[in-house]
Ligand binder design. Structure first.
Ligand code: HEC
Ligand code: HEC
Ligand code: HEC
Ligand code: HEC
Ligand code: HEC
Ligand code: HEC
Length: 461
């Protein structure tokens, strides 16, 4: 028996090895060896709007089990993700089923601009069922706290600590005061006893306090006046803040949270404010833009279905049948505009965002921490740590002083456009031009002001 096993040992283990190899070449190689952490980021940025890693459908099918459904079709899967229509032309029966099942309902999946290596990372993440990257200890997502939560935490800590000490000190003082009063009363009674006078009797604590207050009328009224002054000043300051435009935060028709979208779900500002890059206005997204995602996402963590239902109401979408109602009179969502420059001022987003390459947050602050879009204060803007090359300004946002101050501080990158090169060359050809150029370049920097950014006509109609 032993000899038999020894004889069979080699061939058996060879067979096992062979089986192992055959098996692993059958299971899809594209799902093995990718970088799960990178894959998670890529998935969130490119796919999460339409797919969940679980089996649950969103705008597209849930991706759990795709490794079985696409086993043996690595190349075709890559092709599908990069260009679904082209992949469908292969005539593959699985893809045919997929298209029959979903395209009528959701339309074609859009071409994804991800490389094959990136797809490998994404699929590695998908195969972990979403747990892979997360199972590594994830630091608490502090960066997605709202401003209110950060402030509440800071205030709570401070006033909480302070309050406890105040209470302790108050209690100690009260105990000392009560015992002092008791001791002095016992002493007085003892003295009265000795001198044969009637004792003071057992006055209560409050009676003693009252008679003390009565006996010290002057001191008490001074303290009273001081307290009244203090509360007047405090309430005056609160009232003065009401008219200030910075921080203006009106009610909106839908509880739309920048914190949920721009931070927790990492949606790029320009996905929604797409016209900021190439036109005057940044614009507020229409309900159609919301529907790119909310066709699938019917429920939020904080507001349940109530707020998202308002998008459906606006556009006439029935989430139960997954169809748009026919002949529906759309009810546009009327957002309350927060930023308003006077009519005589000209401001252009693309000039600043695309040409000047200024981060939205330089002018709008930590919008991803706001629950609603609102005008940031200059303090909030200056406190940001995640904006590269942040220019710290002092004037309130949207005032002329603010525009001017930045134009005096912000430099222009002369290599950034042909327009500046052209201007540069023109300066060089005349003597006056050369002199101007020398004075501008004296400090080695060209500010917006030096290029005409302080001319009244540039900003005023
Ligand atoms: C705009 C929505 C959308 C985005 C974004 C999107 N998909 Fe899709 N995907 C779909 C839809 C819809 C289908 C179903 C087929 C169809 O209708 O085209 C689908 C199908 C698939 C399938 C086939 C699923 C199955 O069960 O066999 C895979 C795999 C897939 N997508 C992967 C991805 C990956 C990876 C990304 C990100 C790089 C991505 N998709 C981004 C909408 C999307
Ligand atoms: C999912 C879509 C979406 C994303 C992403 C988004 N926004 Fe908004 N934004 C809106 C909507 C809707 C409003 C109008 C409601 C409001 O004011 O809260 C708005 C309002 C604003 C306003 C106020 C506009 C005004 O004057 O009324 C600013 C400023 C703003 N967004 C900046 C940003 C910045 C900066 C980012 C990126 C950090 C960003 N948004 C990301 C949808 C979005
Ligand atoms: C790119 C995808 C995307 C777009 C575009 C988008 N949303 Fe959302 N929205 C989400 C995601 C993801 C959630 C989070 C759902 C959750 O809490 O699980 C969400 C949540 C919400 C919620 C619920 C928040 C909560 O926590 O209760 C509301 C309300 C909402 N969105 C409104 C809008 C409106 C209005 C628009 C259009 C101006 C819009 N969304 C555009 C992806 C999107
Ligand atoms: C140089 C400062 C600056 C930068 C950079 C900037 N904005 Fe603005 N933004 C403004 C001013 C000023 C207004 C008010 C415009 C008005 O009332 O005409 C405004 C208004 C808006 C509004 C209200 C709607 C509108 O178009 O008037 C939105 C939304 C907005 N900005 C989003 C963005 C986003 C998103 C970015 C980044 C892509 C961005 N902004 C970059 C200064 C800036
Ligand atoms: C955070 C800095 C910053 C703020 C704030 C700012 N700007 Fe600018 N602005 C720039 C920069 C940088 C440029 C130059 C862009 C370029 O051409 O390279 C510029 C250019 C301009 C131009 C074109 C100037 C020219 O010479 O052609 C106008 C007009 C303008 N800004 C208006 C405004 C107005 C109005 C405001 C206030 C509501 C404002 N800007 C606030 C940085 C700023
Ligand atoms: C970089 C842009 C910019 C330049 C350059 C500029 N302004 Fe202004 N100006 C503004 C903005 C923005 C406002 C509105 C905000 C405010 O009222 O503070 C304003 C407001 C004013 C007002 C106040 C109007 C009112 O309703 O109270 C006057 C007057 C004015 N500007 C005159 C000038 C003159 C004169 C020049 C040239 C020396 C000039 N501005 C250059 C941006 C500019």
């Amino acid at each position: 028996m032993k000899r038999l096993l020894e004889r069979l040992y080699l061939p058996l283990s060879g067979l096992l090895l062979l089986l192992f190899f055959v098996n692993s070449s059958v299971s899809a190689a594209i799902f093995e060896g990718g970088d799960v952490v990178k894959g998670e980021q890529l998935f969130k940025a490119n796919c999460a709007a339409c797919h969940k890693v679980s089996a649950e459908p969103l705008v597209g099918p849930g991706l759990a089990g795709v490794w079985d459904r696409w086993a043996d079709k690595d190349a075709l899967l890559v092709k599908w993700i990069q260009n679904p229509k082209a992949a469908a032309e292969s005539g593959d029966p699985y893809i045919k089923d997929l298209v029959d099942k979903y395209v009528g309902k959701f339309g074609w999946m859009a071409n994804q601009t991800v490389s094959e290596a990136e797809i490998k990372d994404i699929l590695a993440y998908v195969k972990t069922g979403g747990g892979g990257a997360k199972s590594a200890p994830k630091e608490p997502n502090n960066k997605c706290l709202t401003l209110e939560e950060v402030q509440a935490a800071a205030a709570g800590k401070k006033s909480g600590d302070g309050l406890i000490w105040l209470i302790i000190i108050g209690l100690v003082l009260a105990i000392i005061a009560i015992s002092a009063i008791n001791i002095s009363r016992s002493l007085k009674n003892a003295v009265n006893d000795r001198d044969g006078l009637p004792s003071e009797g057992n006055k209560t604590f409050w009676q003693v306090v009252k008679s003390w207050l009565w006996n010290n009328k002057k001191l008490v009224s001074v303290i009273g006046v001081l307290l009244i002054c203090y509360f007047t000043v405090v309430s005056y300051n609160v009232l003065m803040d009401i008219g200030v435009y910075e921080g203006y935060n009106p009610e909106q028709p839908i509880w739309f949270s920048h914190n949920v979208h721009a931070c927790q779900n990492e949606i790029d500002c320009q996905y929604c404010h797409s016209s900021a890059a190439d036109s005057k206005h940044a614009g507020i997204p229409s309900a159609n833009v919301c529907m790119n995602c909310h066709k699938g996402i019917k429920e939020g963590t904080k507001t349940g279905t109530v707020e998202i239902a308002k998008i459906y109401e606006a556009i006439g979408f029935d989430p139960t049948t997954f169809t748009y109602k026919e002949n529906y009179q759309e009810k546009p969502i009327v957002w309350n505009k927060v930023h308003n420059l006077p009519d005589h001022v000209y401001f252009n987003h693309s000039q600043h965002v695309t040409v000047g390459k200024i981060d939205c947050k330089q002018c709008h602050g930590p919008v991803q921490m706001f629950t609603t879009g609102r005008q940031a204060t200059i303090e909030e803007i200056n406190a940001q740590e995640d904006v590269t090359g942040l220019i710290k300004l002092t004037k309130p946002t949207l005032t002329m002083g603010w525009c001017i101050e930045c134009h005096n501080k912000a430099n222009i990158d002369l290599t950034s456009s042909g327009y500046y090169e052209e201007m540069h060359n023109r300066f060089k050809t005349s003597e006056v031009g050369q002199r101007t150029l020398r004075s501008i370049l004296e400090d080695g920097e060209v500010t917006v002001r030096e290029m005409g950014g302080w001319e009244c006509g540039k900003c005023h109609y």
